[in-house]
Design a protein around this ligand. Structure first.
Ligand code: SF4
Ligand code: SF4
Length: 462
């Protein structure tokens, strides 16, 4: 059973029978649109260019899942650096929460990929091929002709091409740009997995940005749903100045709103901002510029729709929730900085091996106590490194290694068996404290020192 036609409590993109209402927003120009164009252009350039920029022969951002190595601007992370991801994600979440509490959905309107790609690529192509919003609305309402069919086909071909480029750019972050080009030069048969992956990504991008559009923000994205709990009366967001605008034309006299509906016409989610802050508002600012256009024409001050807070009192920037979010963000960023400062280029661990804690050997009728350790050396730097291992007490102790110096190639690690031997006569009940020095040859880096205890039975008293 269909809900009554005057049923209003539904999403703006859904009609009274529950079907999609295809929104074709009117084009708008103005102060905010000009700035958004620049920001979107920069973000798109960053997305497209980053996989092709190399630093010291390395791609500056590479998320190589197959090798479990992640490169960020010269920093090399491996799978065991996963706790860092927690701090990265938590910091990003807290930053978004804080920005939302201060400025509403400024992220959605200015920097979210969903907005950037739809507004600055897909809708631009649509306007270029099919004409302005009036022409496109007419096209949807009227039966298809040869000309309109041709336009629709051309639009989808162009949508496919840009989706194909975006899918490849995205994949280049994971495979490496140069490697991706090499794969593209070969037959898809040779790289079937990546071929189908990129085709699948192209299909998803095409569906999402080409057809699904802002429905994603309303139906799929969880962020839009939680924003209402993050906002309060002091949050600055895109709002209609009811005090100034009402009573609007047609509802009385006196207000500045002339009921021209221009703010509704330009809204990509099809809402009327004059009804107050709504979940469907993605903060795109189109209604601000649209209303300013009208205000200019009727010679009234701009800003009937503007960034403002709900309260009429002066905005309190330091509110309890802002302080709580800021503290959480500072903690998380501190954790991140601490973790990053410990992602050394070189790491060394010395652990006792899992076999016997010690072995007593007889060599030349002498009792020798031997302890077995595992030395793990990790080289996260972009050049190979040589390590020289030595003991602080070379007179009493004997160090045995399969090789010394040890070469570890760039972004490699090795687990090396390390034995320390001592004449049993030297053994004490508390063991012998030993300092193992790990020196990186051809480098000014300080010597790494590892302290361990050589244990074993003392010579029984005769
Ligand atoms: S664009 Fe401005 S004047 Fe026109 S209906 Fe919207 S709020 Fe009123
Ligand atoms: S109400 Fe205004 S800011 Fe919100 S989505 Fe619509 S046009 Fe954009």
């Amino acid at each position: 059973m269909n809900p009554p036609s005057d049923f209003k409590d539904r999403l703006s993109m859904i009609d009274s029978s529950g079907n999609r209402k295809f929104i074709i927003p009117a084009e708008v120009r103005g102060y905010f649109q000009k700035r958004k164009k620049i920001i979107h252009g920069i973000l798109l350039l960053i997305f497209l260019l980053l996989p092709w920029i190399r630093l010291n022969g390395e791609q500056i951002i590479l998320l190589d899942i197959t090798k479990r190595q992640f490169h960020f601007f010269g920093l090399h992370l491996q799978s065991h650096d996963a706790p860092l991801i927690f701090f990265v994600l938590f910091s990003m979440t807290m930053a978004l929460v804080l920005v939302t509490a201060l400025f509403g959905r400024v992220w959605c309107g200015w920097a979210c990929p969903q907005t950037v790609f739809i507004e600055s690529v897909y809708r631009k192509i649509e306007i270029w091929v099919e004409g302005n919003y009036l022409a496109r609305r007419k096209m949807r309402e009227q039966p298809a002709t040869l000309k309109t069919t041709f336009k629709v086909i051309l639009k989808w071909i162009l949508f496919f091409l840009v989706s194909f480029i975006f899918a490849h750019s995205f994949l280049a972050y994971w495979t490496g740009g140069v490697e991706l080009l090499q794969m593209m030069g070969r037959s898809p048969q040779d790289n079937q997995f990546y071929f189908w992956l990129v085709m699948g990504m192209t299909a998803i991008i095409l569906f999402n940005f080409g057809w699904f559009r802002e429905q994603f923000c309303l139906i799929v994205c969880p962020y839009g749903r939680v924003q209402s709990v993050l906002l309060d009366s002091h949050s600055v967001t895109v709002m209609y100045d009811e005090k100034r605008g009402e009573p609007r034309k047609g509802k009385g006299v006196g207000g500045d709103c002339v009921s021209c509906q221009r703010c509704v016409q330009v809204c990509p989610t099809g809402i009327d901002i004059r009804n107050g802050v709504q979940m469907e508002c993605i903060g795109c600012t189109a209604c601000i510029d649209a209303c300013d256009e009208i205000m200019e024409k009727i010679k009234k001050p701009k800003g009937l729709i503007r960034y403002k807070a709900l309260t009429e009192k002066p905005i309190r920037w330091f509110r309890p929730r802002i302080l709580a979010y800021s503290v959480a963000l500072v903690f998380s960023l501190s954790g991140l900085v601490f973790m990053l400062s410990h992602v050394n280029g070189i790491r060394a661990e010395l652990l006792r091996a899992h076999d016997n804690p010690y072995t007593v050997l007889t060599r030349d009728s002498q009792s020798i106590v031997q302890n077995h350790f595992i030395l793990r050396l990790e080289n996260h730097e972009s050049q190979n490194r040589r390590f020289q291992i030595s003991l602080n007490d070379q007179k009493r102790l004997n160090l045995i290694l399969p090789e010394n110096p040890i070469t570890i190639e760039s972004l490699e690690h090795k687990d090396i068996p390390l034995f320390i031997e001592v004449d049993q006569k030297e053994m004490t009940f508390d063991g012998i404290p030993v300092e193992v020095d790990i020196q990186i040859l051809d480098s000014s880096k300080p010597v790494m020192k590892k302290n361990i205890q050589v244990i074993g039975p003392v010579v029984p008293a005769s």
